[in-house]
Design a protein around this ligand. Structure first.
Ligand code: GSH
Length: 211
């Protein structure tokens, strides 16, 4: 909706204390949910596809082949996201390193996809100079990984130049970075601390060193 420049209201939900009104409208008790007049839509991709059909400009490519390719790569988001969170949602350095050893397989797939795309367009986004739905689908997971990686310093993306350049472009775009709650960084750090992840010990070491 930010990319389409439409007016909307957003209510951020505390997932540790979901309000009753939210539980009544969200079939799985999950975010995001979109309310359009009296209609409720859920599932990120279904919401994004609806918005793209209902509101201009189209954020999916016009060409049906390109559109199918974009949807296919959007379907890969959950596998990609779990490969990344498998690195930083870990309780020890050893567990983190196991996650890190598994992650390149998924990142390599995306690198190959982007290499193919760069044969068709010059970037910096998946389909060229403008943001598309597929960019918006990957961005939150790249954003969270890059925050965690600023402490873990895994170097994971160094071996994948297209993914790294894409992630840097996405995280340099304020349509993307402005989409989170104002207290996002604090909440994200709080979540890692509460769950006692290994990365939180590095964050806190860093915080103490800075004091
Ligand atoms: N496939 C769903 C996944 C939604 C989802 O997992 N949302 C998470 C936050 S990213 C959530 O609401 N978790 C709260 C819970 O499961 O209690 C989508 O893309 O919309």
């Amino acid at each position: 909706m930010r990319a389409k420049d439409v007016e909307f209201e957003v209510t951020f939900i505390n997932l540790r204390d979901k309000p009753d009104w939210f539980l009544k409208i969200s079939p799985h008790g999950k975010v995001p949910v979109l309310k359009v007049d009296d209609e409720i839509l859920f599932e990120s991709n279904a919401i994004a596809e609806y918005l793209d059909e209902a509101l201009s400009p189209r954020l999916h490519p016009e060409d049906p082949i390109e559109r199918a390719r974009n949807r296919a790569w959007t379907d890969f988001v959950p596998s990609f996201a779990s490969a990344l969170s498998g690195i930083y949602y870990t309780k020890s350095r050893e567990e983190m390193e196991k996650g890190l050893a598994k992650a390149p397989k998924a990142v390599e797939r995306l690198e190959e996809a982007l290499t193919g795309q760069r044969g068709r367009n010059a970037g910096p986004y998946f389909n060229g100079p403008g943001l598309s739905l597929v960019d918006c689908a990957y961005a939150p997971f790249l954003q969270r990984f890059l925050i965690a990686d600023s402490y873990l310093k895994t170097g994971l993306l160094d071996g994948f130049p297209h993914v790294k350049a894409w992630a840097d472009s996405l995280l340099g775009n304020d349509t993307i970075t402005g989409a989170v709650a104002p207290e996002f960084l604090e909440e994200f750090h709080g979540n890692l601390r509460r769950r006692e992840f290994y990365v939180a010990s590095l964050m806190d070491g860093k915080a103490q060193a800075a004091e």
